[in-house]
Design a protein around this ligand. Structure first.
Ligand SMILES: [Zn+2]
Length: 203
């Protein structure tokens, strides 16, 4: 059924973050939001919308060298654990700039805060499944959310199950080495996310 474009843009932004697939879908959201603003200067349904930057999404940084040394060494050990099990972990993001955090907050809305948090301190990383997608040449499994696409195939269901296995193994290895795993969070399960709690009790 037809819906006002501004509402459609908000709905897309909400859905885009449900599976933790911000990195994959955010471009589509960005385009929709831009179209919405172009069509109506008064479409400001939720937080952040009035401040939305017209700039493109700042690229994630994934260099391990940007991390604090103690967290980096633990994370490298976790990645080694996974490789020993036959996985191919891919570090998607390590340190996040304030500019990128602000962009993600303003353009995805539902799960991120304006504060930088552990990514800004070099104490968090997001790791995805770097194995090749079983039926999509040239693609990696990544977040495993291929099965939510409108053109999903049975191979995408296989990829989702492979990703589930990967993230469970990732969580086990991370927790075993003392990291906090986002997959254990109650309110929003962030399966690719791990962080080091340097001072428990202090956010
Ligand atoms: Zn993260």
């Amino acid at each position: 059924m037809p819906v006002p474009l501004a509402i459609a843009a908000g709905a897309v932004a909400g859905v885009a973050t449900l599976g933790g697939v911000v990195g994959l879908t955010v471009w589509a959201v960005r385009k929709t939001a831009a179209a919405s603003r172009a069509s109506s200067s008064t479409s400001t349904p939720t937080r952040g919308s009035t401040m939305a930057s017209p700039s493109a999404q700042p690229k994630p940084m994934n260099a391990m060298s940007l991390l604090q040394p103690r967290f980096r060494s633990v994370l490298e050990a976790v990645l080694g654990d996974l490789r020993a099990q036959g996985f191919q972990p891919k570090v998607f993001e390590t340190v996040r700039s304030a500019e990128r955090q602000r962009w993600l907050y303003e353009n995805t809305k539902s799960t991120l805060t304006p504060e930088l948090g552990k990514h800004g301190e070099g104490l968090a990383a997001d790791v995805i499944d770097g194995r090749p997608h079983p039926t999509r040449p040239g693609q990696i499994i990544g977040w495993g959310t291929w099965n939510t696409r409108s053109d999903a195939t049975p191979g995408d269901d296989v990829a989702k199950r492979m990703a589930d296995d990967f993230f469970q193994a990732f969580g086990r290895a991370a927790v075993a080495r003392g990291l906090t795993w986002g997959g254990n969070w109650a309110s929003f399960k962030d399966f690719p996310h791990v962080e080091l709690d340097v001072d428990p009790g202090v956010a």
